[in-house]
Design a protein around this ligand. Sequence first.
Ligand code: SAM
Length: 275
Amino acid sequence: MSELFQHRARKRFGQNFLHDAGVIHKILRAIAAKEGQHLLEIGPGQGALTEGLVDSGAKLDVIELDLDLIPQLKWRFGLKPNFSLHQGDAMKFDFSSLVATPEDKLRVVGNLPYNISTPLIFHLLDHASLIQDMHFMLQKEVVERLAAEPGNGDWGRLSIMVQYFCRVDYLFTVGPGAFNPPPKVESAIVRLVPYAEPPHPAKDHRVLERIVREAFNQRRKTLRNTLRTLMSVEDIEAAGVDPTLRPEQLSVADFVSLANRYSETHPEAEQGPSA
Ligand code: SAM
């Protein structure tokens, strides 16, 4: 097969193909796809994960950007009745077009191109109501930030905005040798499970985003300083948060309190404060 479709990995598409059968098996076991489920694989590449996913009997949609990989994917999986191939950019893809009914939730899977992993996760979170869960291979450092807890050096904007919407499980680490070509960094598998309702709902999540971004612009400073242009010390205290804390000491619930206080005191800022 590989003789039929010679492909040189392309850096600009973030191509590091999985070839370690043990790691592939471990990822498939963590996903545990079953017939009756609906999977979406982002960046199937040369099909390392696709094969196990399609064999599970679940309905499988895949989105691949690299035109050169399309013939190979069609050749290997095109005749499987549960397989649908979409050539295009996952960043621009309308995920709702895949879902027929509100009960038809997507299980999203991907060994993601590292250069777009964070914006892609945010793009997917815009469609969180369509998603049952997500399993991603990412740079280990990014998974550590996703799964971080308050007070930890990795805790920041990414941790807070993703944990606002999802439960995050760090599953396991994968070394560079599992890929061809090997990346320069370690990778890890993460599971993200969107909440039916966020446990600490913000009145406007764009306000939350702005407060979090502003707070972490200077993570070593106290809130009274970092939030000076948005909130007074009195407003921070009225939200039940100590203004002498540093942003990395605050939980998701604390940031939501601050955002909700901002929304209450700025009823005109319906679209969230301008950036
Ligand atoms: N899943 C394969 C594996 O594990 O071996 C390939 C993983 S490789 C890290 C990332 C894949 O995503 C490549 O096939 C690449 O062409 C594809 N890709 C890159 N950018 C993409 C995008 N914006 N939308 C969809 N696929 C993309």
